[in-house]
Design a protein around this ligand. Structure first.
Ligand code: SF4
Length: 347
């Protein structure tokens, strides 16, 4: 039996029952694929159900308000995914009359849909013969065939795609792709792969050569940026002063609190003496409470977040600062760190 046939046999006996596997609706498959980018299945599953229930088709999604999408997305991170989905849904509504395309060549032109997602949607919805190469597939190929090219290098990507194309079952690409991905997720896992029960271990390079911890190879290109966020909470009990974030930064268009960002860590006294702080909050505003800065880790940024509760209203409001009634706060799309703080502080 070939490597691919072994995986399909394993898949038919062991696959998880996931809702997007029981449909060929390109819209629902798109929804699941975008939600599952950078997200584990267990975490993404409830979001998939919520979105599918509230927006059962692309027409309903396209008609949503951005705030509602971001609110439903809250806690999932990488919020640009939600915003890009809305743009894509609106474009499909306009250009395709609300019929979600299923062909790779049309899908690849849409915002937020790259090669992987286009291959996945076209394969799972229309059985188009496209090899899907996600992180699971990279790992399985690297280990089984002993490929040590970096999976995030240009030459590496081409090589892995070529191998995946060669392996693809042209008669049943959807089943083949699902089997490869599920096998990577459930057996050939990133840490502690289940080699002991693996049906293809006798032919596996990494198993034979004890190389499961060194394959796949990835070049670490990402530079982590440290940022220092000093948030100010002002509330009169009925309302809270909030800030709508800009388009071109993390948490775009979501809501946080009035923020003074510094280039490095500063003490509370230094912060309160900064010209920017004095301009908006006045000299020596009464500080009711100041929490110790805590590190909040994003993929490319480490945020050092501090909250300061002040007693009096700022003397100058910035353009995007807005008073929101306390009872309406939970309706706003909030970054998780803000949501948790407000939830603890105001309840
Ligand atoms: Fe992956 Fe281990 Fe199976 Fe090789 S033997 S394919 S490393 S699970």
């Amino acid at each position: 039996m070939t490597f691919q046939d072994e995986l399909v046999l394993w898949y038919n006996n062991n696959k998880r029952d996931l809702p997007w596997r029981n449909t060929t609706d390109a819209y629902l498959i798109w929804l699941s694929e975008i939600i599952l980018q950078q997200t584990r299945v267990e975490q993404g599953l409830p979001y998939f159900y919520r979105f599918a229930e509230k927006y059962p088709n692309v027409t309903r999604f396209a008609a949503a308000h951005e705030d509602d999408i971001l609110k439903l997305w809250q806690g999932l991170g990488y919020y640009s995914r939600g915003r890009n989905m809305l743009k894509t849904a609106r474009l499909i509504q306009e250009q395709y009359n609300g019929v979600f395309p299923t062909g790779y060549d049309e899908l690849i032109k849409l915002k937020g849909i790259g090669e992987y997602t286009a291959a996945a949607i076209s394969s799972f919805s229309a059985n188009e013969a496209r090899a899907v190469v996600d992180g699971n597939v990279y790992r399985v190929i690297a280990r089984y065939f002993g490929i040590d090219d970096a999976i995030n290098s240009t030459t590496g990507k081409k090589k892995f795609q070529a191998i995946a194309n060669d392996l693809l079952n042209q008669q049943n690409p959807a089943l083949h792709n699902q089997a490869m991905m599920e096998f990577g997720a459930m057996v050939c896992k990133p840490k502690n792969p289940a080699c002991g029960i693996c049906p293809v271990r006798t032919g596996c390079y990494a198993f034979i050569n004890n190389a499961t911890t060194t394959l796949p190879v990835k070049i670490n290109k990402v530079k982590i940026r440290a940022r220092f966020f000093n948030y100010f909470l002002f509330t009169d009990g009925e309302t809270v002063l909030m800030n709508k974030r800009d388009e071109n930064d993390i948490w775009a268009n979501m809501y946080d609190l009035p923020l003074i960002e510094t280039l490095f860590a500063v003490t509370l006294d230094e912060l309160m003496a900064l010209p920017e702080t004095v301009t908006v909050f006045g000299k020596n505003p009464v500080v009711i409470d100041s929490l110790v800065p805590k590190k909040h880790v994003l993929t490319h940024q480490h945020l050092h977040v501090r909250f300061i509760k002040i007693a009096q209203k700022p003397i100058k409001l910035k353009p995007k600062w807005i008073f929101i009634e306390v009872i309406n706060l939970k309706k706003l799309p909030l970054p998780k760190v803000i949501f948790i703080f407000l939830d603890n502080f105001l309840n």
